[in-house]
Design a protein around this ligand. Sequence first.
Ligand SMILES: Nc1ncnc2c1ncn2[C@@H]1O[C@H](COP(=O)(O)OP(=O)(O)OP(=O)(O)O)[C@@H](O)[C@H]1O
Ligand SMILES: [Mg+2]
Length: 276
Amino acid sequence: MIREMGYIYPNGTEALININLSISKGELVGIMGKNGAGKTTLIRTLNGLIRPSRGNIFIENENINSKTIASLSKNVGIVFQNPYHQLFANSIEEEIKFSLKSLNLSKEEIQNRINQILQDFNLEKYRKRSPLNISGGESKKLAIASIICRNPEVLVFDEPTLGQDEKEIKFFINLINNERKKGKTIIIITHNTEFAYEYLPRTILMADGQIVADGLTKRVLNNTFLLSQTSLILPQIRQFCSALQQIGFQETNNITSRNEMVEYLRNFLKDKSTKT
Ligand SMILES: Nc1ncnc2c1ncn2[C@@H]1O[C@H](COP(=O)(O)OP(=O)(O)OP(=O)(O)O)[C@@H](O)[C@H]1O
Ligand SMILES: [Mg+2]
């Protein structure tokens, strides 16, 4: 829970203004908004990388004010926008090993976790390779693996689908589904309205350092005023419905997914063929 939080960067930029926010354990939430809205700044406050200039943050009812980054990062794992800000070890194996270092695990457990995560993420073949010598998409995956291996209760992803191909986006969706089954709280920053519309039940919309909307994604991303205010594109399914409404199909107003559209068109065509 975040109460009346504000943050001003040392250069005077007021990046967060009076943020009030509550996320329940096990929730899956999106944060959206245009470039410079304050999304990354907001998540950096969650593991103590930056400390609020005003207000408070509580995780499981504890004020995180007095907690160190080291202890907070055991609970909150953040995968940053640019993997190269996160990766620095000499090999992919070392990268995971370093990430596990502060968890006080036995040597055997560390080795088991490294093997498991490299296998789960299909990165075994690059084990000894430098993180600098893999592709952009693979480095993004490695950055995710290096956080997941720590098994934090809260997972935060900054633009996880950016630059990823369809197969990797599917891999990511599968990953968040699995983490949710384990009861993890997941926060995802994204500009991808299609992804948010389909997979994220709740969306927090930010503009100019403030929260301008917070609610059901299907409602938030249907609000054309809010979308234009935050430079986001109406999801394709809604664009299609709006085109159909303009030519008289008002009932498509309630359609929110591809499956509902297929069902609607199937019934429409069935009706039409029985009438003719
Ligand atoms: N290290 C910094 N020092 C000073 N100002 C910063 C710093 N990082 C970000 N800002 C400023 O703070 C504001 C919020 O930036 P932030 O990175 O949180 O935006 P964002 O919503 O994540 O944008 P994007 O979608 O481009 O990633 C912007 O005005 C930005 O210029
Ligand atoms: Mg950002």
